[in-house]
Design a protein around this ligand. Structure first.
Ligand SMILES: Nc1ncnc2c1ncn2[C@@H]1O[C@H](COP(=O)(O)OP(=O)(O)OP(=O)(O)O)[C@@H](O)[C@H]1O
Length: 745
């Protein structure tokens, strides 16, 4: 019977692949036909043809990419009319036969929901669920669950497709995260399919799939709200470049390439900040009071002189009175425009006043000055050296970089705008001119850019006009698509990309990533507990509609600027307008390691979100001491070698102070097989500081000197908790000479 069923599924899946191959060759032929068409017609029809060609290319690419695991599930649905059964297959993409009957449902389609969420208690119209495990194109295993209420499990919770899930969880890691479409669990699916609007916070302990869920949610939202999000884009923010490298294959493997991935250091276009400030400096720069400081800094760059300024214009002498400047400033500010754009108005106001003054002066001396002369006078005044100096002294055009750099490098000016700040506090900001901007400078630059506006206000107008034109083009393209009845094959964005004359055709994602003022349709924030109030302000500006998925674990917060509770973080920013979902099952870490990590966390007073681990492995958590400082690093290398020999990826997580000596010893042992920091993700052995390990996972982990990690980090207990919860199989602790094992172990 089981063999017959297996054979039946093999046939079905073979049929699906045949259909996939057929569709691909059909798309290839269409593409060839479009390319063959004579290049004629007007610019727009040529562009449309280009856009279709690109759409076919994308479709071919998508059909080729599907490759493995095209189909992974089957639902047996109760037919309400006959009480018989209907079968629905679930896969990575949707496929229909020639008569447009569904052969395979996209995992994100509404009808696929029961595959992930049905239980014996709430079968959602399903009689049974089947998981298909495939190798290449062949089904090698099937696993059935029947929704029979007499078989309800006692806790009311159960794992779906346990065999397939455990196989996925025990597989060796590669340094890159994979998609989990075939084994998404019910509590995760609820989060993934939660509605688009509003702020959704997903809290869960380490390994509960927060990152996986956040990325699948991005793919789900793009599928379900394709039209809305296609033109505004989705932004995924992660803590570091290493983390982005770890997750960057997931969305493309789900067929989604239109998402902007950004680390916190990359949120200001044109800057790739990698350096971190010292914890106290980062905490100050991240605090909400910096927003007010930047505002005061900008304001203080508008200065009314105390005395009248003597000007010489083509030999004529004029006095520029402080009151004229003050009045021109007040009128310019009334417009509410950003600083640099307001300056244009200010200059106009002053020039108008000086022109009147000069004309009166000339008339008093008997010259006739009529209206046609005024324009010449104004031009003389505008280009006069004295006038330019006076205008710049009163209101200098500023870039965000110059403003922020001045804050750090001009202590006397800083003192004038920081009021009650102590000298020690001001000194935290002090830095030499020309130093590289850090990750915590990014929100200050963005804040400054928001207040300053475009440095070249003429450019701002051009950009606004371009944006308006693009919006009109998108509307036209949508209408064209509707008229031509090719919806689903080609997107309005790709048609619009075809309209553009420029040789560089940017996708929505590329456009969004290079435009600081871009507002996204949805923002996903991972490891969100790490964000400072200033970083939140940047993200809120990028989503005026407040459509967010925020995932994280407050117990893993590591920096002084990060949050310890969601309500204290979010309430000052968005009030109570957010909803919370919790994930409770740990899919990464075996139970003996979870228990050890939670005991150590509790013993140090850290409140952690308890999670239930789905598996155990045979390796106990070990802790051994080294005899001397020198042998500590050598022992770490031995431990890493033993783990690497057992197969899979290995991470050595150590206090920052030990990284140089460990680098030497590990390089001797593994040569190019070891990588420090981000580089380690693609090697057999990665050597990481605790902060770099955030969000990552490895088959085996060696934690060197837990006490050193606690001592060196601002939130030491959290840093150790993060380090101990990275492994999927084995954990070893190495203690420095004289170091006690962590309390609670
Ligand atoms: N339903 C699932 N099926 C298969 N694998 C899963 C599932 N859920 C999570 N995983 C796997 O569990 C591991 C941990 O997931 P993830 O990194 O998303 O957890 P996290 O909650 O973000 O952890 P942390 O807080 O430590 O960053 C990953 O390897 C992920 O692929």
């Amino acid at each position: 019977m089981a063999e017959e069923e297996l054979a039946r599924e093999r046939d079905y899946v073979e049929g699906l692949y045949a259909r996939l191959d057929h569709l691909r060759s059909e798309a290839e032929q269409e593409l060839a036909a479009v390319r063959r068409e004579n290049v004629g017609g007007n610019h727009q029809s040529r562009s449309e043809r280009d856009a279709f060609a690109r759409a076919y290319e994308d479709r071919i690419h998508q059909l080729r990419e599907v490759g493995e695991r095209l189909a992974f599930g089957r639902l047996e649905l109760i037919d309400p009319d006959t009480d018989g059964s209907r079968l629905r297959y679930i896969g990575r993409i949707g496929l229909r036969d020639e008569d447009l009957e569904p052969l395979l449902l996209d995992w994100r389609a509404p009808q696929a929901r029961a595959f992930y969420q049905a239980t014996a208690a709430t079968p959602l119209g399903a009689r049974a669920r089947r998981h298909l495990t495939t190798r290449g194109r062949e089904v090698v295993r099937i696993e059935d669950e029947v929704f029979d209420s007499t078989l309800l499990d006692e806790e009311g919770t159960q794992l779906q497709g346990e065999g397939a899930l455990l196989a996925a969880l025990s597989a060796q890691r590669t340094g890159q995260m994979h998609d989990i479409v075939s084994t998404i669990q019910a509590e995760q699916d609820r989060v993934i399919r939660s509605e688009l609007g509003g702020v959704l916070v997903v809290q869960g302990g380490p390994g509960t799939g927060k990152t996986a869920v956040a990325l699948h949610r991005a793919a789900y939202l793009l599928y379900t709200y394709r039209e809305r999000l296609g033109s505004s884009g989705v932004l995924v923010v992660g803590p570091s470049p290493a983390f982005l490298q770890y997750i960057n294959a997931v969305l493309p493997s789900l067929g989604e390439t239109g998402v902007v991935l950004s680390s916190l250091g990359q949120l200001y276009p044109g800057l790739e900040a990698l350096e971190e400030d010292a914890p106290a400096v980062a905490a100050l720069k991240g605090s909400a009071e910096m927003a007010a400081l930047v505002r005061r800094a900008v304001r203080s760059r508008q200065r009314v002189p105390e005395e009248a300024i003597a000007l010489e214009i083509n030999g004529e002498k004029l006095l520029l009175q402080p009151a004229v400047i003050a009045d021109a400033m007040a009128k310019a500010r009334e417009s509410g425009k950003p600083y640099n754009e307001g300056r244009v108005q200010f200059v106009k106001n002053v020039l108008a006043q000086l022109t009147r003054q000069l004309a009166d002066q000339l008339r008093r001396r008997g010259s006739t000055v009529d209206d046609s002369d005024l324009a010449y006078l104004r031009e003389d005044i505008r280009t006069a050296y004295d006038v330019r100096v006076a205008l710049n002294t009163a209101w200098l055009p500023l870039t965000p970089e110059k403003l922020v750099e001045d804050l750090y490098a001009r202590p006397q000016w800083l003192a004038t705008i920081t009021g009650h700040w102590s000298k020690a506090k001001r000194e935290l900001l002090s830095r030499e001119r020309g130093s590289a901007f850090t990750v915590s400078d990014v929100p200050l630059l963005d804040e400054a850019a928001e207040l300053l506006g475009e440095y070249d206000p003429g450019n701002a107008a051009v950009k606004r006009a371009e944006k308006a034109q693009r919006k009109r083009d998108l509307e036209n393209a949508k209408n064209a698509i509707r008229n031509m009845e090719v919806g689903g094959l080609v997107s309005a964005e790709s048609v619009v990309a075809g309209f553009e004359e420029s040789t560089v055709r940017l996708t929505t994602a590329e456009r969004a990533a290079s435009d600081r003022s871009w507002t996204y349709g949805h923002i996903v924030v991972d490891e969100a507990q790490e964000l400072s109030p200033m970083q939140w302000r940047v993200l809120l500006r990028k989503s005026p509609l407040r459509s967010f998925t925020i995932v994280g674990d407050v117990a893993q917060a590591s920096s002084a600027a990060s949050s310890t509770s969601w309500s204290s973080t979010l309430e000052p920013l968005i009030g109570e307008n957010w909803r919370l979902e919790e994930l409770t099952v740990n899919y990464r870490t075996p139970s003996q390691i979870v228990d050890a990590a939670e005991r150590v966390a509790h013993a140090s007073g850290l409140t952690v979100t308890r999670s239930r681990s789905v598996r155990t492995t045979e390796w106990p958590v070990t802790a051994r001491s080294s005899d001397s400082e020198a042998s500590l690093v050598a022992d770490a290398a031995d431990e890493a070698s033993a783990m690497a020999a057992a197969g899979g990826t290995v991470a050595v997580i150590a206090p920052v102070s030990l990284i140089p000596s460990l680098t030497r010893v590990l390089t001797d042992a593994f040569g190019s097989g070891v990588g420090v920091g981000v580089a380690g993700l693609s090697r057999r052995v990665a050597l990481l500081e605790p902060a770099e390990a955030k969000g990552l996972e490895f088959d085996s982990v060696v934690v060197v000197s837990p006490a050193g990690i606690v001592a060196e980090n601002t939130r030491g207990a959290s840093a150790l908790y993060v380090a101990m919860t990275r492994p999927t199989q084995r954990l070893a602790l190495l203690l420095a000479p004289g170091e006690e094992p962590p309390a609670g172990l």
